[in-house]
Design a protein around this ligand. Sequence first.
Ligand code: ZN
Ligand code: ZN
Length: 338
Amino acid sequence: MKGTVLYGPRDVRFEEREDPKILKPTDAIIKVSATCVCGSDLWPYRGFNPITQPTPMGHEYCGIVEEVGSDVKSVKPGQFVLGSFFVSDNTCPHCQLGYQSSCQNRELIPGAQAPYLRVPLADGTLVATPDIPSDALIPSLLALSDVMGTGWFAADAAEVKPGKTAVVVGDGAVGLLGVLSAKQMGAERIIAMSRHESRTKLAREYGATDIVTERGDAGVARIKELTNGIGVDSVLECVGTQESMMQAIRSTRPGGYIGYVGVPHGVELNGQQLFFAHVHLHGGPAPVRRYLPDLIKLVWNGKIAPGKVFDQTLPLDQVAEGYRAMDERRAIKTLLKP
Ligand SMILES: [Zn+2]
Ligand SMILES: [Zn+2]
């Protein structure tokens, strides 16, 4: 088969790779129905993370089970499944407590931007949908594999509750789905920080009540102005830079909560500033697996449509254009069809 391989900054190739095979009795092979480019794929693409060897790309996926190892019990060939970007056994103490992305046996899904994918620990990782979905549902199911689960974790970690006020820092796919999550969790006021027209429009559609275009000191001042000088109950930090993290901390009221899910790049927190900010911080790689059964139900029943973040769809062999479009912010998120 052919799959996606990153060779260095802005050098994505779609080239011959070995067909995935069952290596352990706990593996499954799935025929990928849809995959996509992640915001986090852009870090190595832009050269922020050095590429030391050609690296198969992609960790978001859904598709039909093709084959399972002899120990796999919970999924079988022919079922439509999806799973998190981290595989997990779903049985160790961390998994039992809902932190599957810290599983003692976790591995990152490698090379999902391909027609076939090997998923280790299939029983703990994959969740089957009630039936084979219609084509129209596939983008929303694919979004659960990472971005929707991550936005949901940001809102959950930020303790969004009915009647609360939330700020979402970041207008990428995760931030937009953070808005959707905060709305689902009952936030009364959702302030999205965005200055990009098409993203602002989707943020409003997903439930944003206010848009703040300012950043830095001006952004903080605007949030304070909107909240009688107090700051907000919950902040969803969905970027991972020093600027966005400080935006989050400074926008939160004393006693408020920050859910941070942007993979940090160059973030350094000042102890004194943190101490006097009086905020709760909870974040990390989202335990997407914990939320999958509930999120699948919400998508299946038409309650949420996270797939709207895919504003570009390409055949998988044009994956390099997908990376370019997201890098240049011409696309929010690119869906790839094998
Ligand atoms: Zn991702
Ligand atoms: Zn585990």
